[in-house]
Write a protein that binds this ligand. Structure first.
Ligand code: KG4
Ligand code: ZN
Length: 352
């Protein structure tokens, strides 16, 4: 089976072609092409994503990367319709004008090539990216097992999700204000570290070798539920910088990163203890953070040795279409494709 997926929910225009082999119970995934065109340079001067600019760029870039993806996946012109089994597209959450560009493009292709259309939730994609961990030839590397806990940490979301089976999501907790990635971006702006902020903070933090002193609060760390709140932490950094104008940026970056990691890891550990899952899946842009990855690896090794840990590989943490294709495969298998492709709509606040 071959699935072509399209992702335009934010500032990355992405198209991927996924090949699925093996049995239904043990599918083997191979990414034939994973094209991602980042718009970072365009939005950089504004310090954040400008929806109308994103939309314009998606419109311009989709036909270009479609050609590249088909070429790389060796689907020559004219044979596409017979070689593809489905088109998948992100329908939300995200910026609606941006989402519409991908949806319209996908609807046209599905009609032209007479293949089913599958709408995918962007967060579903971040979770399913972990199924691509499996090297197609490796028997030892297992895919995530149910029940599983998923930690989604991105620019727009911070969620702990319980999955008892495929496509079945129970949100245990989420952020009440800023998402983890959003907090990284905002604090980076305060420190004049550039955009996007996550990688910049991580780099600055690595330069500061002294262990943290616990300078900033760990909001809601002992709240007893699985919700998050990062806006107070951001404000604490703001006041600290106001009162300590000569503070070393790297030190502040390190302290801030440690506070976020502490909260994310503590809540994840609490959820693992409570729900006794077999696997932990971690995805989203912030999952690229080295400190977070290392701390989670340590936690599993020390406290939950029976749980398998699946953190998205680095090339699949940020937004991409390969993850959308994997989620689409499971939806296709469950016959969750659209009976009427023209009814698919963008939903900026789509829930899991
Ligand atoms: O998943 P993603 O690419 O887009 C959304 O769905 O939002 O996540 C983007 C977010 C940004 O806030 C970015 O600053 C953050 O992920 N990010 C990081 C790192 N790399 C990207 N945050 C912390 N450490 C990183 N290394
Ligand atoms: Zn994302």
């Amino acid at each position: 089976m071959k699935i072509l997926a399209i992702e335009t929910s934010c500032d990355e225009t992405a198209i991927a072609v996924l090949d699925v082999n093996g049995s239904t119970s043990e599918p083997l995934f191979k990414v034939l092409s994973n094209q991602v065109l980042s718009q970072i340079k365009i939005h950089k001067p504004f310090g954040g994503v400008v929806p109308n600019l994103a939309m314009r760029e998606h419109r311009k870039n989709l036909p270009i990367i479609l050609k590249r993806a088909l070429k790389e996946a060796l689907l020559p012109l004219g044979s596409r319709a017979s070689k593809l089994d489905a088109i998948a597209v992100t329908s939300g959450p995200g910026l609606e004008p941006a989402l519409w560009e991908g949806i319209n493009f996908a609807q046209d292709l599905a009609k032209k090539w007479r293949v089913p259309l599958i709408g995918v939730n962007h967060l579903e994609g971040h979770i399913y990216a972990s199924w691509l961990l499996r090297r197609p030839t490796s028997k030892s590397e297992k895919s995530p097992q149910f029940p599983l806990l998923a930690l989604i940490v991105s620019g727009g979301h911070t969620e702990l999700v319980l999955m008892k089976k495929h496509l079945d999501y129970k949100i245990l907790g989420e952020t009440r204000d800023d998402a983890a990635g959003e907090a990284f971006d905002k604090v980076a702006r305060m420190l004049k570290l550039g955009y996007p902020g996550g990688p910049e903070i991580a780099k600055a933090a690595e330069r500061w070798k002294t262990p943290g002193k616990g300078l900033f609060p760990r909001p809601m760390i002992n709240s007893g539920d699985f919700d998050f709140s990062f806006s107070g932490l951001k404000t604490a950094v703001l006041y600290y910088l106001r009162d300590n104008p000569d503070a070393d940026k790297s030190a502040v970056a390190r302290e801030f990163q440690q506070a976020i990691v502490d909260v994310l890891v503590k809540k994840t550990a609490d959820a693992l203890r409570k729900y006794k899952t077999k696997s932990l899946v971690v995805g989203g842009g912030v999952a690229a953070n080295k400190k977070l990855r290392a701390t989670l690896e340590n936690l599993i090794k020390r406290s939950f040795p029976k749980i398998s840990l699946h953190i998205s590989p680095l090339w699949l943490c940020g937004d991409n279409a390969a993850m959308i294709a994997v989620a689409a495969y499971f939806k296709m298998r469950a016959k969750k494709f659209l009976k009427k492709p023209e009814t698919l709509k963008a939903d900026g606040n789509l829930k899991l």
